[in-house]
Design a protein around this ligand. Structure first.
Ligand code: ACO
Length: 323
């Protein structure tokens, strides 16, 4: 018998305010045309006064629990992937635990920037496989609009806010790739590249800081590392590119998404793309794409999915799962 972490519910939350590219033309030397052509982004959502990383996470988790027909009392653990926690501590996850009215179990954050959701899924899978938890809420939630330097056109036009959540439940599988649930994971990081993408604040400065990125340098690493980690995870799962129904990539840039799909020999009609509507929502982008992909009727039970992401660290990884 193999214990599998199976997705039984999915949900998301997007703040009300939609910001089109044109809005940046008023304050920056940029254009809708440049942003679309270089990134594929058309709109993004920005958190309103009442929104926080934890409140958006609670909303997404509530939707995922409803989708699964479960309540918060059924959950053993909460993992929130975020780099924009409401406070330095306590964790966003404990705030979500309280927000959901959960008084048992345990909760913690995972910080791997844009790769955070993939890291969180791998952690949830390990908790379930080891018998530590039977039901785990895995949430990606970010308020990157609050760490933007609004004078830096190379970064502030790219990011957005939002949250997505999955409920994973332990189910017995056969140990073959035909099982539902997480089939394989692959995680990597290389701290030598810390200066390519970072926030210039924290305990060393006493400030929150702003995101700094050498976008073209990150780009150079992205396609190769994403295709390689996806291949490693597929090899571990015992599946090939032909078996894959959907790639659900981190939504940073349409050119990275297209380049990775091409390298994986998978056509774009098998890729869930939401970057045009959400921008880069960091750790929230994959669960948002999973939730929207299901709503659109793209992702169906039994489909074989590959998720892949890269972000600050650099940190990157992939998860193969059968929906
Ligand atoms: N409007 C107009 N021009 C701009 C803008 C803008 N908003 N931003 C930059 N430019 C200019 C640059 O100044 C540069 O001008 P120059 O040639 O006169 O110097 C020119 O456009 C080209 O800039 P590049 O940075 O080389 O453009 P590139 O094609 O690489 O696109 C982008 C930039 C969209 C940032 C891309 O590099 C990218 O998506 N990188 C990867 C981002 C990523 O995946 N990050 C990881 C996840 S994020 C995380 O972990 C938090």
């Amino acid at each position: 018998m193999t214990l599998r972490a199976v997705v039984t519910g999915v949900g998301h939350y997007l703040p009300e305010r939609v910001v089109p590219n044109a809005e940046f033309e008023k304050t920056l030397d940029t254009s809708d045309e440049w942003i679309r052509a270089r990134s594929g982004i058309e709109n993004r959502h920005f958190a309103g006064e009442g929104d926080s990383t934890s409140s958006m996470a609670v909303a997404a988790a509530t939707a995922a629990l409803a989708d699964a027909g479960r309540t918060a009392q059924d959950v053993d653990a909460i993992i929130v992937a975020t780099s924009t926690a409401d406070l330095t501590f306590p964790s966003s996850a404990t705030m979500v635990q309280a927000g959901l009215g959960m008084t048992t179990g345990f909760a913690f954050d995972v910080q791997a920037v844009c790769a955070g959701f993939v890291y969180a899924l791998a952690n949830a899978n390990a908790l379930i496989a080891s018998g530590q938890a039977k039901r785990v809420l895995v949430i990606g939630s970010e308020t990157f609009s609050r760490i933007m330097d609004w004078t830096d056109r190379g970064t502030c036009v790219l990011f957005g806010d939002g949250a997505g959540a999955l409920l994973l439940e332990a189910q017995e599988g056969t140990g073959t790739p035909a099982d539902r649930g997480i089939l394989a994971t692959d995680l990597n990081s290389d701290g030598r590249h810390k200066d390519l993408l970072y926030v210039d604040g924290g305990s060393s400065t006493g400030t929150t800081g702003y995101l700094r990125m050498q976008g073209n340098q990150v780009f150079r690493h992205a396609v190769e590392k994403l295709a390689a980690t996806a291949q490693t995870a597929m090899d571990r799962a015992g599946v090939t590119a032909e078996d894959v129904d959907w790639i659900v990539p981190h939504q940073a840039n349409i050119r990275i998404i297209q380049g990775t799909a091409k390298k994986m020999n998978i056509s774009m009609d098998r890729v869930v793309v939401t970057v045009q509507d959400h921008g880069n929502t960091s750790a929230a982008s994959i669960p948002l794409a999973l939730s929207v992909g299901k709503q659109r009727g793209q992702i169906k039970q039994g489909d074989l999915l590959v998720t892949e992401a890269i972000g600050g660290g650099l940190a990157w990884g992939a998860v193969v799962l059968r929906w």
